[in-house]
Ligand binder design. Structure first.
Ligand code: ADP
Ligand code: ASP
Ligand code: MG
Length: 459
């Protein structure tokens, strides 16, 4: 069996940690497995490298940034290989290029196009432990590239897919929680989570997994184990939704602090020029998040959108060009905003989610800038200094959902299932449903108001 392990920055922050990992890898290899290891840069090395470049200019060339950032992972692969060899194991370190990881796209945001896995397989067949630098690859010009922050997760899952192996991600948290345990210590750890929900949580800001890694896992059917302790398997498995449970409620809450909000007012001939705005944003590589607008009918309209904070340099250039093209527009950029999102399959279609969500804001006197929903998420843009408070309030209230069904037996099973799999406290209450004409009547009768009501089929 081929097993791909991935160790993140904090897990390889010191040489002592690297030696401990080497000992553990030796035991995994000793148990008869072929072992491939993907590692990140040590500790906060990537941040430090970025800071160095920004000491020179705030808009360094992206090609050179890839070159610079890729050096972090190269230190770790060499050190881990040295640690393994010093323990008597046969090991070899490979950069992204050497491991055959081919990428396409823009520098600093590349995606993996293909992996020539023969090189790794050859080393494995010779009995070696193969250590691969995460986060990096090579493009068609032969330039070194990186996969975006947190990209070592993607390297690991892609390698597991290419090699037909298992994937285990080791990090500084012992699994995936309903909300970042650093923000809400009472968060519950999940035994399993579906690719869809983890992807949504990750896209919306849960930093524990890189979203594209989860997407690849789903696409190629690679189950991803996420955990902390070496040896014990008490983390979370990211897998297909059939293997999780169908009637999952709110899965989690995430915060994305990597956003800023742009407000553009006084846009002449609105409909025509809105296109111009987003065309110019694209030209400068600015990723757009939530878009909202107020008045569409007036000649001079306004629009607001969120963008990634990491695209700030591109955004500044886009604004200069925009002001030049559309005379008289006013642009305000607010950098002190964050997005708080609730994620769970089927939540938006349920009664009361919106009302409960806004109630939490109103009770805590928190104003919001933007709101957006998808089938399985509900996101709010709020001031950054309020984001954690909002997330905590939701964490306190978020699991207060009602399940309704005619068949109390169904509910007992469902409640039990939820309790076991999600670690969520479930209280069963009986209602005389003949008293309620509609779902809303039922919802309105509940006090305190739950986040929503899930109606089981047949009700
Ligand atoms: P690594 O360096 O190993 O890649 P990261 O810092 O990228 O580690 O991810 C781990 C961190 O993700 C944890 O320390 C935790 O604070 C954070 N995190 C955010 N959301 C969640 C969540 N829902 N469950 C667990 N951890 C989370
Ligand atoms: N070292 C890179 C980063 O900090 C990649 C990673 O750790 O996954 O973003
Ligand atoms: Mg990470």
């Amino acid at each position: 069996m081929i097993i791909v392990h991935k160790y993140g920055g904090s897990s390889v922050a010191t040489t002592k940690k690297i030696v401990d990992i080497a000992k553990y890898l030796g035991s995994v290899k000793g148990a008869g497995n072929d072992v491939v290891v993907v590692v990140s840069a040590m500790g906060k090395t990537t941040d430090a490298l970025i800071k160095l470049a920004h000491e020179i200019t705030n808009d360094p060339s992206k090609r050179e940034m890839d070159r610079l950032m890729s050096t972090g992972e190269q230190q770790t692969i060499a050190l881990l290989s040295i640690a393994l060899q010093s323990l008597g194991y046969d090991a070899i370190s490979l950069t992204g290029v050497q491991a055959g990881i081919k990428t396409i796209g823009h520098h600093t945001k590349n995606t993996i196009e293909s992996i020539d896995s023969d090189i790794i397989k050859k080393h494995l067949s010779e009995g070696k432990i193969v250590i691969v630098a995460g986060f990096q690859g090579v493009n068609r010009n032969g330039d070194v590239t990186t996969l975006g922050r947190g990209g070592s997760d993607t390297s690991a899952v892609a390698l597991a897919a290419a090699l037909g192996g298992k994937c285990e991600i080791y990090t500084d948290v012992d699994g995936i929680y309903s909300i970042d345990p650093r923000i809400y210590p009472n968060a519950k750890k999940m035994e399993r989570i579906s690719y869809e929900e983890m992807m949504e949580l990750a896209f919306l800001g849960a930093g524990v997994m890189e979203p594209r890694a989860v997407e690849l896992g789903g696409k190629y059917g690679v189950e991803i184990y996420v955990g902390k302790s070496l040896g014990e398997k008490n983390g979370t498995i990211i897998t297909s939704k059939e293997k999780v449970m169908e009637k999952k409620l709110i899965t989690g809450i995430s915060i994305n602090e990597n956003i800023l909000m742009v407000n553009i007012e006084n846009i002449p001939t609105y409909a025509k020029n809105v296109y111009e705005i987003f065309k110019i944003a694209e030209e400068f590589g600015v990723s757009i998040g939530i878009i909202s607008q107020n008045d569409v009918t007036s000649e001079n309209g306004s629009i607001a959108f969120t963008a990634a904070k990491t695209d700030e340099a591109g955004l500044e250039k886009a604004i200069v060009k925009l002001k030049d093209k559309l005379k008289g527009i006013e642009v305000v950029v607010n950098k002190d905003v964050s997005k708080v999102s609730l994620v769970g399959i089927g939540m938006v279609s349920n009664i009361g989610i919106a009302s409960r969500t806004f109630k939490v804001l109103s009770e805590n006197d928190i104003s919001f800038h933007q709101v957006s929903t998808s089938e399985i998420s509900f996101s709010l843009v709020v001031d950054t200094n309020k984001a954690k408070e909002v997330a905590r309030e939701y964490a306190k209230n978020g699991y207060n959902l009602y399940l309704a069904s005619r068949q109390s037996e169904d509910l007992k099973d469902l409640a039990n299932d939820i309790k076991i799999r999600s670690n969520v406290e479930v209280v069963l209450k009986e209602f005389d449903i003949t008293k309620f004409e509609t779902h809303s009547d039922f919802y309105n009768s509940l006090e305190p108001k739950p986040l929503g009501v899930i109606v089981a089929a047949g009700y």
